[in-house]
Design a protein around this ligand. Structure first.
Ligand SMILES: NC(=O)c1ccc[n+]([C@@H]2O[C@H](COP(=O)([O-])OP(=O)(O)OC[C@H]3O[C@@H](n4cnc5c(N)ncnc54)[C@H](O)[C@@H]3O)[C@@H](O)[C@H]2O)c1
Ligand SMILES: O=C[C@H](O)CS(=O)(=O)O
Length: 486
């Protein structure tokens, strides 16, 4: 099925409950990364469109915040049911525009839907407090109220889930939302808009503005006084710009940024489990996730065994297009992304790293890259301090637990981290010592709606999902009640 063949396919922006062209009539191309085929022309929204969308969202917010949490939850539940009903269609659109294997696209749709389901339930559990007053005849109330108009800016690597992870709690809290998806992958966002409209979301509560003019649209959001919060997911470099530009109007910020996850294999690890976890955390989405293992630290005594097993498992990964049966690794998103991976591998090799597997463009051509394992990567190699965002596993030996922790923490990032060990004392020591927002122990996958997702240091601010995730879309209001004396 072509993208345009889907009932959920839209090429226009979704603003104020209407499907519209960009105000200057321009449109941009969307391509299938597997073969570069043109799959859509999509409205290229302008700053004027953003201004109009903010006005529509603010009008909608003033009534949406008055809808009871019970009813807001029911609208979200209907949205979830429609997403579930159209999961295959959504997965096909996603795989077509982002390139990930269809099986991974299906998993992403389920993951994104889980946030809509979860916050449909959480809407009814937004509770304030009545605090014990220090004086008679007076009460202290703490109310939780929606932040207001939220601008969500999202990346291309999870074009469904990163939107659902923001929009669901925002709507549950009573906010209205503007979404600017990545220009590489707008179709998934627009398809969610189709289903939100069918679920009965009032006009203007959700607005979706595809655009190649990211900086201009971002500025329109960060500078607008009616936009009270920016929820950004993307690179740390752009997150810094968003943070800087939001200062003028003191916006609330949620920043889900870059990662550089350590993956530590101790001498008491279950090596089969460690290899399975390494494959899961390194090669998912061809290494293009923020929580991918980015550097592998392996205790010397098990290094050769682990390296050999990882090479064997990575060599077995089937590389191909999203819709080919059994494919486990797709293309990178662009030639620019491919060139970055090539440069990082070349730098490591120039410094003395050994290629144990892959290390070159895949014979498929295009933006496909071979599943790669590099051995004995020397300190100072760029890919140990930068996010690789490709299917490359750099291995480094270590001797002691203290050394492994120091290596893991020697990064300005602190998003995800992984380690394999079976000694209980070690598990608690290392889990507490690692500087990260998320620590997976004897697991290669940690993303689920029940848990608070997010990072520390330069990996971001705030958490998404879990019972904590809705707090970022709420403000506290303290009400002091006097004159209540009998
Ligand atoms: N922490 C997380 O939850 C998480 C999740 C997914 C991706 N990421 C990170 O995102 C990055 C990959 O995604 P990407 O390449 O789309 O990131 P990116 O920062 O280039 O783009 C992210 C979004 O910001 C927009 N953007 C780009 N420049 C902008 C500007 N000057 N002003 C306003 N908006 C701008 C883009 O159009 C896109 O919609 C990686 O660093 C990855 O780690 C983090
Ligand atoms: O790329 C970042 C995503 O948050 C990864 S996950 O879908 O949450 O695992």
């Amino acid at each position: 099925m072509t993208a345009a063949g889907s009932r959920l396919f839209r090429s226009q922006a979704f603003i104020g409950g209407r499907w519209v062209d960009a105000s200057d009539g321009r449109a941009f191309e969307v391509h299938d990364p597997a073969d570069g085929a043109l799959i859509a022309m999509v409205a290229d929204c302008t700053p004027d469109d953003a201004e109009g969308a903010v006005a529509a969202a603010h009008r909608a917010f003033l009534s949406w915040r008055g809808v009871t949490p019970l009813e807001r939850g029911r609208v979200l539940r209907r949205w979830f049911d429609l997403i579930a009903l159209h999961a295959e269609d959504l997965a096909a659109l996603l795989a077509r525009e982002q390139g990930k294997p269809l099986a991974e696209a299906r998993s992403e749709i389920a993951y994104g839907a889980s946030f809509v389901e979860w916050f449909a339930e959480e809407a009814r559990r937004i509770e304030g407090d009545i605090v014990a007053s220090p004086s008679k005849g007076r009460e202290i109330l703490v109310l939780k109220e929606p932040v207001g108009v939220v601008a969500a800016i999202t990346p291309w690597n999870f074009p469904n889930a990163m939107i659902a992870r923001k929009v669901a709690p925002a709507l549950a809290a009573g906010c209205a939302v503007l979404v600017k998806p990545a220009a590489e992958t707008p179709l998934s966002a627009l398809a969610l808009g189709v289903l939100a409209q069918e679920a009965g979301l009032p006009q203007g509560v959700l607005n979706i503005l595809p655009s190649t003019r990211a900086q201009e649209i971002g500025s329109a959001f960060t500078r607008h006084p009616l936009v009270r919060k920016i929820s950004f997911t993307g690179s740390t470099a752009v997150g810094r710009l968003i943070m800087r530009d939001s200062a003028g109007t003191i916006k609330k910020l949620s920043l889900e940024l870059g990662g550089n996850a350590p993956f530590i294999v101790f001498d008491d690890a279950d090596l089969d489990a460690a290899v399975a976890g390494a494959i899961a955390s390194k090669y998912r989405n061809s290494g293009q996730t923020c929580v991918c293992a980015n550097r592998f630290y392996v205790q010397s005594v098990v290094y050769d065994d682990f390296a050999a097993r990882l090479v064997k498992a990575a060599a077995a990964l089937k590389v191909g297009g999203a819709f080919e049966p059994g494919v486990e690794q797709g293309p990178l998103i662009s030639l620019k992304a491919l060139s970055k991976v090539e440069a990082l591998v070349a730098d490591a090799r120039a410094r003395g790293a050994r290629v144990l597997l892959g290390g070159a463009r895949h014979s498929r051509g295009g933006t496909f890259y071979e599943p790669t394992v590099l051995g004995d990567v020397p300190s100072g190699a760029q890919l140990l301090s930068e996010e690789i965002f490709g299917p490359v596993a750099p291995l480094v030996r270590f001797e002691t637990e203290e050394e492994a922790i120091a290596l893991a923490n020697a990064s300005e990032f602190g998003l995800a981290s992984y380690f394999y060990a079976r000694d209980l004392g070690r598990v608690f020591r290392v889990a507490r010592a690692i500087e990260a927002g998320m620590v997976a122990v004897n697991e290669g996958f940690l993303s689920m709606v029940e848990a608070p997702f997010g990072g520390i240091k330069q990996s971001g601010i705030g958490r998404e999902g879990s019972r904590y995730g809705i707090e970022d879309y709420l403000e506290l209001k303290y009400v002091r009640l006097g004159g209540l004396e009998g």
